[in-house]
Design a protein around this ligand. Structure first.
Ligand code: ZN
Length: 84
């Protein structure tokens, strides 16, 4: 299955972060800045990265991409159960 949802923050940018065959595409998330294949290799890494990002105030990596009505909880609601 192609993964387009960020494992850390749940943002779906339609970019292919992980290919159908499970290959990392090294896409940097516009929201949390995590790079697929680097910061999201397993659940522990994902949770560690997420904790640090949230503790630092959830700043967008690319602030110009941030929707005016953005809400972390709503976005994280789209996270696959395996990455919560
Ligand atoms: Zn993200």
């Amino acid at each position: 299955m192609v993964e387009s949802i960020c494992r850390v923050c749940g943002l779906d940018e339609d970019d292919e972060r992980w290919s159908r065959s499970g290959g990392a595409q090294y896409v940097i998330c516009s929201c949390c800045g995590a790079e697929s294949g680097v910061d999201d290799l397993d659940l522990k890494w994902v949770r560690d990265y997420r904790s640090k990002w949230i503790a630092a105030g959830c700043a967008w990596f690319s602030p110009e991409e941030r929707p005016a009505d953005w809400e972390l909880d709503r976005q994280m609601g789209g996270l696959p159960a395996a990455w919560r």
